[in-house]
Write a protein that binds this ligand. Structure first.
Ligand code: FAD
Length: 288
């Protein structure tokens, strides 16, 4: 079986304890030589400075290629592009460009009067500025705000036409879900790389709530399996086995890159990577 290339998503820490956890996560996963790691941007732009600090620190102390997430929410075009410039100054060459979700409690996305109205507008502006490798979000199951699957595929095509280089998908539970989406994208003329997003399940209840919010369906057989595993105290074993099986199915179906949503907890992701043949290659450089 082909050994995939991997990338890891982190979120920016909000306090000292969380900073230590993020740094531990980076130290555990860096030796797997990820193609890149990415740091999210809080809903409503709430972690703007934290994201910049986290990407700068990871880039400086680990030597890893870091992608910063950036959304259009609650900022003018000028402010959003200034944040991108800040990222560039911090050594960031890659951006995950998103429309974003509004802060908790607000109804749907509403563009700022002087802001980017959509992810496509943000991608166009970043591509024009030419400083970044641009990745974007993609939705193998219908995005909650989109009318149907085909609308998501056509919108993804618009993102690539606007200058995106690669797409990272929302997480899903069955490889078939990704293959159906990949086929629909190919049919729509998309030839660019679409990387499956993988969520190792640290906590099934949390994952189920997260899935509900982002429109990911949870198959009954997965819910039943976790219910039994929790009763038997074997949650982690099941989580590792299911995630490894999903990744194996994807690789056997031709996928060569996987993007893991680590939630700043490295163990499951590391164990799955090891099972896939992604083993330590380098030691961390310049650890502070
Ligand atoms: P888009 O893909 O632009 O829009 C979602 C769907 O809505 C489209 O597929 C399309 O069907 C429809 N749509 C939207 N606008 C239009 C339009 N103008 N015309 C026609 N159709 C339209 N959120 C954060 O806040 N911070 C993060 O760091 C973050 N990271 C993410 C990383 C990944 C890999 C993914 C997949 C999602 C991430 N999200 C993040 C969540 C994301 O912000 C939400 O899913 C948001 O609702 C959509 O953002 P998007 O850029 O993917 O939207």
């Amino acid at each position: 079986m082909t050994v995939p290339s991997v990338s890891f998503e982190f979120f920016p820490p909000q306090n000292l304890e969380a900073s230590f956890r993020l740094w531990d996560t980076v130290q555990v996963l860096a030796p797997l030589a990820p193609r890149f790691v990415s740091v999210t941007y809080g809903a409503g732009g709430t972690t703007r400075d934290l994201t910049r600090d986290a990407v700068a620190t990871i880039h400086k102390h680990s030597g890893l290629k870091v992608a910063a997430h950036l959304t259009c929410v609650e900022a003018t075009r000028e402010e959003t592009l200034a944040i991108a410039d800040d990222f560039a100054t911090a050594g960031v060459s890659d951006i995950v460009a998103l429309r974003g979700d509004p802060p908790k409690g607000s109804a749907g996305f509403k563009a700022h009067n002087d802001g980017f109205a959509s992810s496509v507008e943000l991608i166009e502006a970043l591509a024009k500025n030419g400083k970044f490798n641009i990745r974007v979000g993609a939705y193998p199951e219908k995005h909650p705000e989109s009318p149907d699957h085909q609308a998501d595929v056509e919108w993804l095509k618009r993102k690539f036409d606007a200058g995106a280089d690669e797409a990272l998908t929302q997480f899903f539970f069955e490889a078939e879900t990704f293959f159906r989406f990949r086929d629909a994208c190919a049919k729509a003329g998309i030839e660019d790389k679409i990387i499956p997003g993988i969520l190792p399940i640290e906590n099934f209840k949390g994952a189920r709530n997260f899935a509900k919010r982002c429109g990911t369906s949870v198959p009954d057989w997965v819910a039943d399996a976790f219910e039994k595993a929790e009763r038997d105290g074997r949650h982690d074993l099941l989580a590792t086995a299911l995630c490894t099986e999903l990744c194996t199915d994807l690789i056997e179906g031709g996928v060569d890159s996987l993007h893991f949503y680590t939630l700043n907890r490295p163990e499951l992701t590391r164990d799955v990577c090891h099972a896939l043949g992604v083993t330590p290659k380098a030691s961390l450089e310049n650890v502070a």
